[in-house]
Ligand binder design. Structure first.
Ligand code: ATP
Ligand code: MG
Length: 266
């Protein structure tokens, strides 16, 4: 069953077609790669799925398993053009190519803030600090701490986020995304700037959180070892056009891909 599907998703910026007729599907618990040279349209695709941009053409469909009358059925929802906050609430979370942490805040505070999105209270209760709000906030700190334990950042909870090594900052970004309780996680170049050892660790980490948090993951990445090592299927974009789709073996041996991407990289 597809949890997420795009139908001819297209984004034009003036005369530039950044993404053209993109049809991807992400099934339950899959890890899917989205690769391609710089400027291929990968981040733009994420921006459409996460609600930053409304596609010029096409649709984004979210699939959800629901129990109806004792049977599990798939319910589809068209989320095209919905606001980022609404999309987050529907269970899609993302990280950014350029790390977006609150640098002056601690590791724990960064996760707590991400958790706020899920805190169901209105602004009045947060200003007045009603007992209900305070109780919820305490629970949120506990939840955030539990999450830090799970991602291996608990010991660093009081560190300012800017002081973390790069690999840990990337991991904190993922923790922040996980705080919104997603079913679907979009990772935009999670290994960017990492050394081989860090990116190796990241690969294991992504596999681990997929299992522990029951996630389906769509990942943009340039590190070929990481992509080939962890992705079950891969889509290749070049100038906004999908030039290939397949398993790692098929992608590595596809002449179009070698020409457009791997050839350049090597
Ligand atoms: N807001 C925007 N306005 C105009 N053009 C844009 C905008 N965002 C992206 N583009 C253009 O769309 C194309 C795709 O950009 P995008 O950032 O999606 O590429 P990418 O595949 O993520 O590249 P990279 O690997 O360098 O991150 C580029 O030509 C880019 O200049
Ligand atoms: Mg990008």
């Amino acid at each position: 069953m597809s949890l997420l599907r795009t139908e001819n998703m297209t984004m034009r910026f003036g005369g530039v077609v950044a993404v053209s007729d993109l049809n991807v599907h992400l099934d339950k618990n899959e890890i899917i790669g989205l690769i391609g040279p710089n400027g291929a349209g990968k981040t733009t695709a994420f921006n459409m799925i996460s609600g930053v941009y409304k596609p010029t053409v096409g649709k984004i469909i979210l699939g959800k398993e629901e129990v109806q009358g004792g049977q599990t059925v798939t319910v589809e929802k068209d989320i095209t053009g919905m606001k980022p906050s609404a999309i987050t609430k529907l269970g899609i979370a993302r990280t950014f190519q350029n790390i977006r942490l609150f640098k002056e805040l601690s590791v724990l505070e960064n996760v707590v803030i991400a958790n706020h999105l899920r805190l169901e209270s209105n602004w009045v209760s947060s200003v007045v600090r009603t007992p209900d709000y305070t109780k919820k906030e305490t629970a949120m700190y506990d939840k955030s701490m539990a999450l830090l334990e799970k991602v291996g950042l608990a010991e660093l909870k009081d560190e300012k986020s800017y002081s973390l090594p790069y690999g840990m900052q990337r991991r904190l970004e993922i923790a922040r995304a996980l705080a919104t309780k997603p079913h679907i996680l979009l990772l935009d170049e999670p290994a960017a700037g990492m050394n081989p050892q860090e990116s190796d660790e990241l690969m294991r980490f992504i596999g681990k959180i997929r299992d522990e948090f029951d996630l389906s993951i769509l990942m943009i990445e340039h590190h070929m070892q990481l992509v080939m090592g962890i992705c079950e299927r891969i889509y290749v974009l070049d100038y906004g056009i999908t030039i290939a789709e397949g398993n790692p073996y098929e992608i590595q041996n596809n002449p179009k891909v070698i020409e457009a991407y791997l050839g350049v990289d090597d």
